[in-house]
Write a protein that binds this ligand. Structure first.
Ligand code: COA
Length: 212
């Protein structure tokens, strides 16, 4: 996509109305990953829940008045978010999830790993006495990458974290995703360690935020 000359980037809060678009961006941005394998309908439930959950917030980015080309999603409790999806949102979640389980039974085991993932990623040394949030996803439409949308979303997400008194922002990324790892390092995230999830090496990064 050619960016309109000098078109300003517009950032808006992620809303349930963006859920289908966010799910489509997720599928395009992360081909071959577990969450993408669950399908856009399951992802749309996640992105409908997150912005109205007390433990979630996010942003979408666009050029001028255009449709969103990128989004970022943050949670202060991955565990509570999953519990919310599996309880209050179960009627919406179950049909698309069961369809995918029937089509691809191996997804059942990986779903169970996802529910215990907050515990896998947890490390005593990382236990912080400061409030921590997790950047669950940041995705830019493949046709619009490298044009500053991701950077604008990081700024919006970190500003929102500071406003909420969050002192640390964690992100887990596939260790082989060198582009995203460079992106996080450039935005001040520090590499913490690697761990294995879904049989793949994952890298955990943490961004310290100055809270005034
Ligand atoms: C990582 C990502 C969100 C960055 O968004 P973006 O809008 O391209 O970000 P910006 O334009 O602000 O910065 C681009 C930087 O991202 C990195 N990058 C990663 N993949 C890239 C790609 N396909 N094209 C361009 N830059 C890419 C580069 O380090 C680039 O830095 P540079 O400007 O020094 O070359 C985006 O590339 C993306 O959606 N990637 C696929 C999904 C993903 O891996 N998300 C992170 C894991 S949840």
């Amino acid at each position: 996509m050619n960016r309109p000359t000098h078109a300003p980037i517009q950032i808006s809060p992620l809303a349930p109305a963006h859920a289908d678009r966010a799910a489509a961006l997720h599928v395009a941005g992360q081909p071959g990953t577990f969450l993408t394998a669950l399908g856009p309908k399951v992802l749309a439930v996640l992105y409908r829940v997150l912005p109205v959950s007390p433990v979630g917030f996010g942003f979408v980015a666009a050029f001028e008045e255009g449709s969103p080309l990128a989004f970022a999603a943050v949670t202060t409790s991955t565990g509570r978010l999953f519990v919310e999806m599996g309880t209050r949102r179960l009627p919406a979640l179950l049909p698309p999830l069961l369809t995918r389980f029937v089509q691809q039974p191996s997804l059942i085991v990986r779903s169970a790993q996802t529910v215990i993932y907050p515990f896998l990623a947890y490390d005593e040394e990382e236990a912080a006495d400061q409030p921590v949030a997790e950047l669950l996803a940041i995705m830019t439409d493949p046709t619009a990458q490298g044009q500053g949308l991701g950077a604008a979303l990081i700024t919006a997400a970190t500003d929102a974290c500071r406003q909420r008194g969050i002192a640390l922002l964690d992100v887990t990324v596939d260790a082989a995703n060198s582009g995203a790892r460079r992106f996080y390092a450039r935005h001040g995230f520090n590499f913490r360690r690697q761990f294995v999830l879904y049989g793949r090496d994952m890298a955990l990064y943490r961004l310290p935020l100055v809270v005034s």
